[in-house]
Design a protein around this ligand. Structure first.
Ligand code: F6R
Length: 364
């Protein structure tokens, strides 16, 4: 049951430190990632020439983040695709490719069909799944179980967070096996990953401030989320969380793409939420925020402690603890989940069961 919480979604948001910890513990032993349970041999990891990540909704957004992390650390080319598109476009698959299907339920019809499509072509399939014994888990060659526990709220939170962890572990282990990173950096990355549960807890401690901010956005008509690189991946998820439970139209944009169209939608007081966790892209996104401000936008920023120059531009700032840039998604997504949640609550909506949506989409 809801264990004293008003909604499953808040309960599940609060369960994220534990879900992330459990998932880390399941594969990290003595400060090394152990993929024995997943069943991937080192030789197979060395042979992969192309990765395809296929999923729907939030799981697809994990794929977008995973693409950046895997390509950057393991230097393996990654394509991310929506399952509903992948299956109908007669995909041309590299025989040494690895298809990774990400799914909380393990029953999403399009993701299952994509898995079958890959298998029929003889391509190795690896599923990142939460529900044990689900169709996708049963049919995939390899399974990485996320240990989020049962997720009831239609809007995913803790499953998303554990899927990210699975993606990081694959990226870091692939990077080591393929000798793309040093042993020292490998150990550093694993040590840093293990600090994430506490850092997520720290972000959750700030929830009253976010609640206060979110309550003021209940009448917004449109909200834009912007970011570059991994911050774009977080923006996609922040935007989906917002729109699906608050019914406010929102869009995620790669910050550099704004001036190719979307910027014409900005009016006085349109809320723009900028995500700036990637230090090498900070100044670039900041200048895009300045452009939004000069068009009258009301600015909220999610950035790391230390980036205090943001306060000259943004009207409201939420800080997240510092971490290795590859893992910042795990922290920056938390305030965005909370914003969606509190906007929905302040509008009196059915947070756990938004209209027209189902928890598991078993039709195409
Ligand atoms: C959004 C959400 C959905 C799911 C999507 C895939 O909050 O929950 O977008 O992520 O329907 O579902 P699974 O992961 O079960 O395949």
């Amino acid at each position: 049951e809801k264990a004293g919480y008003e909604h499953f979604m808040m309960k599940e948001i609060q369960e994220q430190p534990k879900a992330v910890q459990d998932t880390l513990n399941s594969v990290i032993h003595e400060n090394k990632i152990d993929l024995a349970e997943v069943g991937l041999e080192e030789e197979q990891i060395r042979d992969v020439s192309q990765i395809y990540i296929v999923a729907c909704g939030s799981a697809y957004h994990v794929g977008v983040a995973a693409q950046y992390v895997i390509e950057d650390l393991a230097r393996i080319p990654v394509r991310v695709e929506l399952a509903s598109e992948f299956r109908y476009r007669k995909p041309i698959l590299d025989p040494n490719g690895l298809v990774i299907i990400i799914s909380q339920s393990g029953e999403t019809a399009d993701s299952l069909a994509a898995l079958r499509e890959a298998k029929s072509k003889g391509i190795r399939t690896l599923a990142i799944v939460n529900v044990v014994g689900s169709s996708i888990a049963r049919e995939a060659d390899n399974v990485f179980y996320t240990l989020a526990g049962p997720e009831i709220s239609v809007a995913t939170t803790k499953a998303y967070s554990t899927q990210l962890i699975a993606a990081y572990c694959l990226a870091v282990q692939f990077a080591l096996v393929r000798e793309e990173i040093t042993e020292e950096y490998y150990t550093e990355l694993i040590t840093e990953m293990q600090t994430l549960p506490d850092k997520i807890r720290k972000v959750l401690d700030d929830k009253e401030r976010i609640q206060w901010f979110a309550a003021k956005q209940a009448n917004a008509r449109d909200i834009f989320f912007i970011g570059r690189g991994l911050d774009y991946a977080i923006s996609l998820e922040g935007s989906l969380k917002m729109k699906e439970i608050s019914y406010i139209h929102s869009e995620a944009y790669a910050a550099g793409e704004l001036k190719h169209g979307t910027i014409s939608l900005l009016e006085d007081n349109t809320l723009v939420i900028g995500v700036l966790t990637q230090s090498d892209l900070y100044e670039k996104t900041l200048s895009n925020m300045v452009e939004c401000k000069s068009r009258g936008a009301y600015l909220c920023a999610v950035t790391s402690y230390g980036n205090y120059s943001i306060e000259d531009t943004a009207d409201f700032v939420t800080y997240i603890p510092k971490t290795d840039t590859h893992f910042a998604t795990s922290l920056a997504v938390i305030p965005l989940q909370l914003m969606g949640y509190y906007v929905s609550v302040s509008k009196g909506l059915d947070v756990d069961k938004p209209r027209n949506l189902a928890k598991s989409v078993t039709v195409e």
